[in-house]
Design a protein around this ligand. Structure first.
Ligand code: GDP
Ligand code: IMO
Ligand code: MG
Length: 446
């Protein structure tokens, strides 16, 4: 039995949806623990594409229970659209449960998100405009409305009347926007409550029961390590904690129940929105990766910025998440390249630096130091074992694993579930090597 956390090791969109779907085969429960409808997780099975924003990527397995945890923020309108879409595709959501303590994204959150981005001008974050930051801000400010409030019609009416009056003042005085019609919004949200009511539970209790019955739980992160509110490239981050530690708070479990952390990283790097990105490509290769990797946001359709693999942020993600092994995705996107660069360190103000600088001003001044490897110039899309891979592709993977000091357990070579090489058992296989007191790696048998 193993309880596993899947996290993004870069700036999001690493392929967490694909990896979670793969691992869900051996999970009894899949829990989304943070984020909201800013996430877009894609799962492709037998030519059919599923784009999930809030529903855990385990939903395609009929026997798997899927839980939207307390650390998420829920936009009921989008969630219901997602449920309808799954229904049209013949996927049942009878096993979907929603934490009663998850906060709800309200119409004013979206309006304020967009208006505050406009006001920031050149300092904008490049948010998804889905109201995520303002929903989490209200949670911290203790004016948020939660799923359990949605189920109590009188309580909801009272809370919404009060908050909408308050937010209308902000919309008017700060942003010069028209007010929301409180009664119309209350009726709309009461309608959502009717449809969602039977999914709402005490999620932490459900998960704890499952833990005691030794069922396998998979925790699905959204966004990525560098978008983490505390540990990412602040202020160009999201408003939750995508890192593995966030799984405990967001699902309502203690850290002692987590057995393993799997990091998902692309074989290169992408970023959507604003903020420093040391390995960003300014040349035609970026366009090649964008085209071959179809690098357009699942949620907003925005073009993703593309760059070479950055092992400095990779090592940082290993540290911050306590990562045990890696899933490297989109290796196939590099198939046509003659030469592939990897950022092994940064130069900051003339000094070589191996560690990610958490000081945002320093990070903005980092220049990548690259090592170059030969490309393989052959399609890898049909490869199904390491032996099938060109030797240059194997060298590349080995180089990444050495730089990041974690084993690679999964290699992904296409969007489909079957375009995958399982190198080591990602759930029960080897963990990252620890060092002995002399700083030497401890052998597996030690
Ligand atoms: P997530 O947010 O981390 O789940 O990632 P997204 O779904 O937003 O973005 C990843 C995109 O890459 C999706 O369109 C996937 O279908 C696709 N994808 C995942 N793995 C691979 C892969 O190995 N190769 C290729 N070419 N596409 C992949
Ligand atoms: P998944 O789960 C990539 C980015 C936005 C913006 C910043 C803040 O699919 O990997 P927000 O709307 O959260 O306030 O925006 O975070 N961002 C993502 N980038 N993948 C995501 O999710 C993202 N969710 C938010 O582009 O830069
Ligand atoms: Mg995504």
């Amino acid at each position: 039995m193993a309880n596993v956390v899947v996290i993004g090791a870069q700036w999001g969109d690493e392929g967490k949806g694909k990896v979670t779907d793969l691992l869900s085969k051996s999970a009894d429960i899949v829990v989304r623990y943070q984020g909201g409808v800013n996430a877009g997780h894609t799962v492709v099975v037998k030519g059919q594409t599923f784009k999930l924003h809030l529903i855990p990527s385990g939903i395609l397995y009929p026997g798997t229970e899927c839980i939207i945890g307390s650390g998420t923020v829920i936009d009921p309108e989008v969630l219901l659209e997602e449920l309808d879409r799954l229904d049209e595709l013949g996927i049942s959501s009878k096993n979907l449960l929603i934490s009663q303590t998850a906060h709800i994204t309200m119409p004013y959150h979206r309006l304020i998100d967009k208006a505050s981005e406009d006001r920031r001008g050149s300092h904008r974050i490049g948010t998804t405009g889905r109201g995520i930051g303002p929903t989490y801000a209200d949670k911290s400010e203790r004016t948020g409305i939660r799923m359990l409030d949605l189920l109590d019609a009188n309580g909801l009416r009272e809370s919404m009347q009060w908050t909408i009056a308050y937010k209308n003042e902000i919309l008017d005085k700060l942003y010069n926007l028209p007010p929301l019609d409180a009664e119309a919004e209350i009726d709309r949200y009461l309608g959502y409550a009717d449809r969602l009511r039977h999914h709402v539970v005490d999620a932490s209790l459900k998960i704890y029961d499952a833990v005691r019955k030794r069922r396998n739980i998979l925790f699905e992160g959204a966004q990525g390590t560098l978008l983490d509110l505390d540990h990412g490239t602040y202020p160009y981050v999201t408003s939750s904690n995508p890192v593995a530690g966030g799984a405990c708070v967001g699902a309502g479990v203690g850290p002692t129940i987590i057995d393993r952390v799997i990091g998902v990283a692309k074989a290169y790097t992408t970023r959507v929105g604003e903020g420093p990105f040391p390995t960003e490509m300014q040349d035609g290769i970026g366009t090649v990766l964008c085209d071959r990797g179809a690098e357009f946001g699942t949620t907003t359709g925005r073009q993703r910025r593309c760059g070479w693999f950055d092992a400095v942020i990779g090592r940082y993600a290993v540290r911050i998440n306590g990562m045990d092994c890696l899933a490297i995705t989109k290796l196939d996107v590099l198939d046509t390249l003659e030469e592939i660069k990897v950022c092994v360190a940064y130069e900051i103000d003339g000094q070589r630096c191996q560690d990610f600088p958490t000081n945002a001003r320093q990070f903005a001044r980092c220049k990548p130091i690259y090592e170059s490897l030969s490309g393989w110039k052959r399609s890898t899309e049909e490869c199904r074992s390491l032996e099938d891979l060109p030797k240059e592709a194997l060298n590349y993977l080995k180089f990444l694993a050495e730089l990041m000091e974690v084993p690679i357990a999964i290699v992904s070579l296409g969007a489909s579930r079957d375009q995958t090489i399982i190198v080591e058992d990602p759930i029960h296989g080897p963990k990252r090597a620890l060092l002995d007191s002399n700083g030497q790696p401890v052998s597996k048998s030690a």
